[in-house]
Structures are given as structure tokens and as C-alpha cells.
Design a protein around this ligand. Structure first.
Ligand SMILES: [Zn+2]
Length: 498
């Protein structure tokens, strides 16, 4: 008896030892050393933060605000026209060298022809419009949201993060390269949409025009990510390059019942059934999947900077996936990275307090992960609500757009390597990780004409400042202005030289 149990204990200890050894070996060998793949970046002119700031200030002061689809309305196009004049005045060399077109009235499309028309062009994007400032919150800002004030080492104002600094520094870069005598081999196209924040119809029309000319860019670069400091998984800076973005759909859930007087309510009225279905949907989230890019690549690229225990968990998802998933699910942002999100937004029932509704409806907004499709989400919702009597689910087309997640762009081509090298140069060598953009950008239209679509700006943003985009105290650190102009100049010169 004693011998037998001793043997069992020894086997157990042996097995544990093997398990621990496997975990440690997998942990230490997990993650890619990405810094070996640097491209040698070309020399570019020097840029000055304060000079760029003076022009950014002026750009912020011009209120190109969009609120609803169709903006700017007739009679309200003043700020867009003023903005175009300001650009022409501020970047004379650029405007003398490029051909300029207006698409959908206010979207700007510029072509800087390359010396070799056989080479596919590159397309650089930003948008002119900004979201409004919520009425009554202007006083919460440290500087007026449309002042463009330079204060405490920052430029303040709506559009400093989203997305006027990209627009301005792209032009600073092009203007400086032109003055420096640079002639691109590859054509450079710049497209600045005028209504990204409401529908993106300008960029959509711009892409249609490029398509009609048979243009298929070798690379598209738009907003979406930057160098984030600190990156939540590592506590250190990480250059995040968006290689995909989520899709979008809204589903209407309808609950039907007999209605009647609220003095004699049945147990399962239309509203109660609808509420049960919403709770069931909340508890039955779409599945997470750590095995595919961008998520798998992002985790591998940042692993070497993670604390040991965290790295061990990611390196051994066969054992720890449940734990990792529930950690990610704790915050809205990280949950959105791993799955299609479920967000009930609008509810409607009876029109009077003492009347039971015959029909109650809920709109539920979903952001589609690249692992899912619009159809898969609809089937999932129908399955969940089929557990409850009187319920049905349909695609809500009146909401406007319903789109699949974008394709996932490659990370093993020259375009990505150049972006990664620029990110490392701009961040003092921080690791670079491919990432999933959680919102929608104008670049979504370009996936029809291009395979290599990236969403990245060479700026270093404190993660706390990110809440300023669409929120209060939107601002950008002054040293990002020369950093971005330099990074864009490097990208243009490296991409367009061959
Ligand atoms: Zn934007």
C-alpha cells in the first residue's frame, strides 16, 4: 500500500514537472523579435514643431463640423471652402506641383505624378471634418475647442487627434520634399474626405473615381492607430499598425404580444419577452478567437515586453485561454479587440404608461470582427431570440450602413516593413504590432481597389489622451508635429523611390 501511493505521488510530481517545463519552454520561445526586419529609411528634411503648430492652429479654427449624413448642407459649406483656401495659401509649392480635383463637392483629391507611370501609386488619406463638441461641455476644456491654442506643450482643439494633424503633417511632408528637390518615381495620391465622421460619402466617391481610372494603389495609408504609450498589455510604448477594421450592422428585434390594459398584465408581455432576449444576447456573446491575425500577431509581437506570467498565459493558450478571455472581456476596449461586440442601443414599446404594447422593438448594434460575417451575426441573434415566444430578428437597413469587416492586410511586404521601420524610428525603437481598428475609417472604401491598406500615424500618444478624440480636451503633444511630418516624409520617399 505504502509503495503504491508513493509511486503515484512520484508519477504526479513527474507529470507536474513536465507540465511546468513545457509551460516555461513555450513561454521563453514565444514572440517574434521584430526589430531585425528594419528597412533603411531615406534622409528627409528637418521639421520644426512651432512652425507646423502655427498652421495646425489655423486649421483647427476653421469649423468643418459634420453632424449628419449630407453635411455640409447647402449654405453651410463656408468652412470647407475656407479650409481649401487656407491649404492653398499654406502649401504653395504643393499646389503648384499637383493636380487638384474636388470630388463630391468638398473632398480633396491631389495627384503628384511620379516619373514612372508603370508603377502603382500610393494613396495617403486623412479627413477634413471633425465631430461637434457637446453643447455645455466647452467649459470643461483647458483651452477653447476651436482655438487651436498652444498651451503647456500641446496644441488643443477638435481635430488635433482626429484627424487634422495627419492632414496638415502629410502636406508639410510633401511641401518640404518638393522644396528639397525630391521627385517621386511612383505617383503619390492624397485624398482628404470631407464627411468621414458621418458617412464617408466623399471618400467613397473619391475611390470610385480612382477605380474608374483603373488605379490600384500599391499601398493605402489612413488614420486609425499610432504609437500608443503605454500599451496596456506591456506598460511600455508599442507602435500599432492597423491592418484591418471591424464591420458594422444593426439588428432589429421585434417582440409581439396581445397588448391590453396594464391593470391586468400577463406574465410575459412583449416588453418582458424583449428584455429577456436582450439579457440572453448579453450573456451569449459572439465567440472570441485568439488564433488569427491581427490578434495573434499583436500578442506575439508584444510578448517579449510582457510580464512573465502574462507572457506564459499567452504562450500557453491551450491551457489558459479561458482565463485570458475573461481578462480581455473585463474592459470594453479589450473585449472589442477579441470578438464581435453586442450593443443594444434603442428601445421602443408602448406609447402610454398604462397601455401594454402589441409590439416592442430593440435595435442592437454589432461591430463585426474579421472572424465573423454579417450573416453569422444575424444567425446567432436569431438562434438566441428563438428561445422566446413572439420574437423575431431582422437586419435593420434604415440605420444606413451594414458592412463586413475589412480584409486583413499583409505584414510581410515592403509597405508594412517601411511603416514598421518608421514607427521604430519615431518611438526610439518600441516594438511594432499589427492591430485591429475598432471603429470605421474612410480607408474601408479602398479595400475594393487595394490589398495593402494600413491605418497608422507616426505619432506617440499617451493612452489617457486618446479619450480626447470625440471627447473633452482633444490635444496633441507639440513634439508629435515634427515627428509626424518626418515619418510621413520617410514613408513617401521610401515608398515612392522604387
Ligand atoms: Zn477620424
Amino acid at each position: 500500500m505504502v509503495k503504491k501511493s508513493l509511486l503515484a505521488v512520484m508519477i504526479l510530481i513527474g507529470a507536474l514537472g513536465v507540465l511546468i517545463a513545457v509551460l516555461i519552454v513555450r513561454t521563453l520561445s514565444f514572440g517574434a523579435a521584430s526589430s531585425n526586419s528594419d528597412v533603411t529609411l531615406p534622409p528627409v528634411p528637418a521639421f520644426d514643431d512651432m512652425t507646423i503648430a502655427s498652421r495646425l492652429t489655423e486649421a483647427i479654427q476653421i469649423r468643418t463640423i459634420t453632424v449628419t449624413a449630407g453635411d455640409p448642407r447647402p449654405g453651410q459649406e463656408g468652412p470647407w471652402l475656407e479650409f481649401h483656401d487656407f491649404l492653398e495659401r499654406s502649401y504653395p509649392e504643393f499646389h503648384a506641383r499637383v493636380s487638384k480635383e474636388l470630388v463630391a463637392d468638398y473632398t480633396l483629391l491631389y495627384t503628384w505624378p511620379g516619373s514612372d507611370p508603370e508603377l502603382a501609386p500610393i494613396l495617403l488619406m486623412a479627413h477634413q471634418d471633425v465631430v461637434p463638441v457637446n453643447i455645455g461641455t466647452e467649459g470643461d476644456w483647458d483651452a477653447h475647442p476651436f482655438s487651436g491654442e498652444v498651451k503647456d506643450g500641446y496644441v488643443y482643439g477638435r481635430g488635433t487627434l482626429d484627424d487634422k494633424t495627419s492632414l496638415i503633417t502629410l502636406l508639410e511632408a510633401a511641401e518640404a520634399l518638393m522644396k528639397d528637390g525630391f521627385t517621386p518615381k511612383r505617383t503619390l495620391i492624397f485624398m482628404f474626405g470631407h464627411d468621414e465622421e458621418v458617412s464617408g460619402s466623399g471618400a467613397q466617391a473619391g475611390v470610385a473615381r480612382l477605380k474608374s481610372r483603373g488605379i490600384s494603389p500599391d499601398m493605402v495609408l489612413d488614420e486609425g492607430f499610432m504609437i500608443v504609450d503605454p500599451f496596456p498589455l506591456t506598460g511600455k510604448p508599442v507602435g500599432m499598425i492597423g491592418i484591418a477594421e471591424k464591420g458594422y450592422l444593426t439588428i432589429r428585434i421585434t417582440s409581439e404580444a396581445s397588448g391590453g390594459h396594464s391593470s391586468v398584465p400577463p406574465r410575459n408581455s412583449a416588453n418582458v419577452q424583449l428584455a429577456k432576449a436582450l439579457v440572453a444576447l448579453d450573456e451569449t456573446q459572439m465567440p472570441a478567437d485568439f488564433s488569427k491575425p491581427p490578434l495573434s500577431d499583436m500578442i506575439a509581437a508584444t510578448a517579449s515586453d510582457m510580464p512573465f506570467m502574462q507572457r506564459m498565459a499567452f504562450a500557453n493558450l491551450w491551457l489558459f485561454e479561458g482565463m485570458v478571455e475573461s481578462e480581455f472581456a473585463k474592459s470594453g476596449e479589450s473585449n472589442a479587440m477579441i470578438r464581435t461586440t453586442t450593443a443594444p442601443t434603442m428601445l421602443a414599446g408602448s406609447i402610454k404608461e398604462n397601455v401594454l404594447p402589441q409590439k416592442a422593438t430593440a435595435l442592437v448594434n454589432f461591430r463585426v470582427h474579421p472572424n465573423d460575417t454579417v450573416d453569422k451575426v444575424l444567425r446567432h441573434v436569431r438562434k438566441v431570440v428563438s428561445e422566446f415566444d413572439g420574437l423575431s430578428a431582422d437586419l435593420y437597413e434604415a440605420g444606413g450602413i451594414s458592412s463586413e469587416a475589412s480584409p486583413v492586410s499583409a505584414t510581410d511586404n515592403r509597405a508594412y516593413k517601411i511603416l514598421a521601420s518608421v514607427s521604430r524610428d519615431a518611438s526610439g525603437g518600441a516594438p511594432v504590432a499589427p492591430a485591429l481598428v475598432l471603429g470605421a475609417t474612410d480607408s474601408r472604401w479602398t479595400t475594393e481597389i487595394a490589398d495593402n491598406v494600413y491605418r497608422f500615424a507616426p505619432s506617440v500618444i499617451d493612452i489617457a489622451d486618446l479619450s480626447g478624440a470625440h471627447g473633452t480636451n482633444e490635444r496633441i503633444r507639440l513634439d508629435n508635429l515634427s515627428r509626424m511630418a518626418r515619418g510621413y516624409a520617410q514613408i513617401m520617399k521610401a515608398m515612392a523611390s522604387e
